[in-house]
Design a protein around this ligand. Structure first.
Ligand code: ADP
Length: 253
């Protein structure tokens, strides 16, 4: 079930702003791709194009050689799981009910036994089974992030898109979420994740894409791309890179 994603010469404009200006990238099935770049570089926009919510003015996204725009919505919703940057919690749902919303593309009228099993399975994968009956508003940031990932997994996706999943988490929870991403990769999911933290990207990625001003500045294996001179050109910040420990630290006074 490992599937490949290929983005070909994609352009997205918001009026006069060129959010993506001819971006091409491919991800092999079962790999982790990190999308990096300063604020406004186009990371979220690229994720929205890959999950089909944003139609580019030019270019095509292929999922296993099939044009994404030709895949029926319901099928796409099943194949791609999404972990958005912010979750809008309109009502105070239980964790179980919230994760069940990840089965939406399977449910006709009422959830079946299978839907129920998939919800518990997803909660188990993220280590949150014991939270099933809790209310969402009672969760810590780290617990909530795991539950949001469980919702995406409940839809049995082949591809998982995550938009800055470690934001607002303390160190322990950041590591938990990063380890979870690596364990999902071992299960064969193709994972695309927008990140701010370069060390995190170095640790978890098979491939990194560095965006600057809506264009691909560099792409390749982390150790090829994440070099001080490249980072300085994109972020304008001097860094020290400790390759043997995969650590990238900014230098400042
Ligand atoms: P990133 O995720 O890397 O911070 P985004 O993809 O959010 O970057 O944004 C890329 C560019 O597009 C930025 O200049 C941003 O201001 C602009 N942009 C993003 N969303 C919209 C929108 N809905 N309307 C107008 N401009 C937008």
């Amino acid at each position: 079930m490992v599937i490949e994603i290929s983005v070909r010469d994609v352009k997205v404009y918001y009026r006069s702003i060129k959010a993506l200006d001819g971006v091409s990238i491919s991800v092999n099935g079962g790999e982790v791709l990190s999308i990096l770049g300063p604020n406004g570089a186009g990371k979220s926009t690229l994720l929205k194009v890959i999950n089909g919510v944003l139609r580019p003015v030019m270019g095509v996204v292929y999922i296993d050689n099939k044009n994404l725009l030709k895949i029926p919505r319901r099928e796409l919703a099943r194949r791609i799981g999404i972990v958005p940057q912010r979750v809008h919690l309109a009502t105070l749902l239980s964790v179980y009910d919230f994760v069940m919303t990840g089965r939406r593309s399977y449910i006709n009228l009422f959830p079946t036994k299978i839907d129920e099993e998939k919800v518990y399975e997803a909660l188990k994968v993220v280590g949150a089974l014991e939270l099933a009956n809790r209310s969402l508003d009672e969760l810590s940031g780290g617990e909530l992030q795991r539950v949001v990932i469980a919702r995406a997994l409940a839809g049995e996706p082949e591809v998982l898109l995550l938009d800055e999943p470690t934001n607002n988490l303390d160190l322990k929870y950041q590591i938990e979420v990063l380890n979870l991403i690596r364990s999902l990769r071992s299960r064969g999911l193709t994972i695309i994740v927008a990140l701010h933290d370069l060390t995190q990207a170095f640790r978890i990625s098979d491939k990194v894409l560095l965006l600057k001003g809506g264009r691909v500045y560099a792409v390749g294996r982390p150790e090829e791309v994440l070099k001080p001179e490249v980072i300085f050109e994109v972020y304008g910040v001097p860094t020290i890179v400790i390759r043997e420990h995969k650590i990238i630290a900014p230098l400042f006074q």
